[in-house]
Design a protein around this ligand. Structure first.
Ligand code: GRF
Length: 201
């Protein structure tokens, strides 16, 4: 299957760029059908424009409630009609309606080895906890916080000399490999969710 991918990103967009590059060089046989962002200042917008990917800005700050914001986002995403939705540095919790609309076809990248250190600042949490290895996780999105079935994980060491920036940079390198890999597996129809487990065929 060659799918249509919709990407949600809130900021820098380096993971989004990794997807653009993987599609461009044929590692992932899919189309980047749209970038959706809650942040009009996101650098991800520039990356989309440079790659001729349609951009939809749904500025969170200009909506009276989370519900109205989410309704607008859902309707914009439905118009795009994606096969797969990728949360690539999307810094908001996705509401129930959107989760249900894309159940089994929405994935997220998280900068820690889940189920350790969910939520914000996974890298900082790992450092403060004193773990010796951390990493990144790509998982399906369900209604829990970073708790859906895990597709791919990669580890990195935590060195004694590390600060948050150093460990984040080491993790980010792996994120840029992991996310396109998970998207490729999804687009090739090779992922099967059985309970909490994802079987790769
Ligand atoms: C990444 O570390 C990602 O795991 C987390 O937010 C960061 C986004 O980075 N969810 P970027 O916008 O993809 O550069």
């Amino acid at each position: 299957m060659t799918g249509r991918i919709a990407v949600l990103a809130s900021g820098r967009g380096s993971n989004f760029q990794a997807i653009i590059d993987a599609v461009r060089d044929g590692r992932v046989r899919a189309t980047c059908a749209g970038l959706f962002t809650d942040n009009p200042k996101a650098y991800a917008i520039k990356r989309a424009e440079a790659a001729n990917i349609p951009v939809t800005v749904i500025d969170y700050a200009s909506y009276p409630s989370r519900e109205t914001y989410e309704r607008m986002l859902l309707s914009a995403m439905q118009k795009c009609d994606p096969d797969l939705v990728v949360l690539a540095g999307y810094m908001r919790i996705v509401g129930k309606e959107i989760v249900n609309a894309f159940a089994g076809r929405m994935i997220n990248i998280h900068p820690a080895l889940l189920p350790s250190f969910p939520g914000l600042h996974g890298q900082r949490q790992a450092l403060l906890h004193g773990v010796k290895v951390t990493g990144c996780t790509v998982h399906f999105v369900d209604e829990s916080l970073d708790g859906g079935p895990i597709i791919v994980q990669r580890c990195v060491p935590v060195l004694e000399s590390d600060d948050e920036e150093a460990v984040s940079a080491r993790i980010l390198k792996q994120e840029h490999r992991c996310l396109p890999e998970a998207i490729r597996l999804f687009c090739e129809g090779r992922l099967e969710i059985i309970g909490r487990r994802v079987i790769i065929h």
